[in-house]
Design a binder for this molecule. Sequence first.
Ligand SMILES: *[C@@H]1O[C@H](CO)[C@@H](O)[C@H](O)[C@H]1NC(C)=O
Length: 253
Amino acid sequence: MGSHQILVFFLFLFVAQGFGQKQQQEDPCQTKARVVSDIEYCDRYWECVNGNPELFDCPNGLVFAGKHRGVTEGCDYPWRANYCDGKRQANPPIRAEHCDWLYGIFGHETSCTRYWTCWNGTATEQLCIGGLLYNERARSCDWPENVDGCQKHPLCNDDPNGNVPLGKSCNRYWQCQGGYPRLQRCPAMLVFDRRSLRCVVPPTEDCDVPTTIAPDRELIEGGNEQDPEEENLPPNVPQLPPGAVALRPRPRN
Ligand SMILES: *[C@@H]1O[C@H](CO)[C@@H](O)[C@H](O)[C@H]1NC(C)=O
């Protein structure tokens, strides 16, 4: 461009902005990162390739977060920040089995304790443990009272105010309070009796003396064993994909 053209260009920019029109798209080749977000669409970005700006789409379901940010290729789950404020998404969802978009975290069709993580259209089933339910709004496991439409945990189906054994534990058990399970521990020197569903003086059929099993292990086994829905699940909690957030159970008393 000659100096005259440059002047005209800047004059245009000035006038366009002065009239409250759209801001000018930033040129990635003029930036240090060589990547900039698109000014109109949050799921697109410009990258400087061989000295020229090129437009790219984020993987389906993700939006641009910034170079080296997000879960892959500088793109992130749209709900993790206000990436799309004042912008639109250019691409419609591409659906796959259990996935509303190719990438994302989605609720389970039939269970309140499970959810799906989708990565390039491949769904992996995830499980909430420790009496937690999947909260679709928070995209994570949460306390039942925070989860709309899934208020009661299946652990408490038999008796919304009863006690439920926790796996093979001798001193911990679930106490259902109006359908919400809460992890409890028997007072010192007592053990949980699976028959009377109360803390009793040992020995019982299964417990001679109060024992301590690693709490996490206990929780996981207990969760699977007590929940009729959770049969045949692997003994370990599935790994979350990068960026997925799982709320930890509250500290136990
Ligand atoms: C996503 O899956 C498609 C086929 O299902 C494959 O062609 C593509 O390479 C995959 N992309 C990534 C980033 O893994």
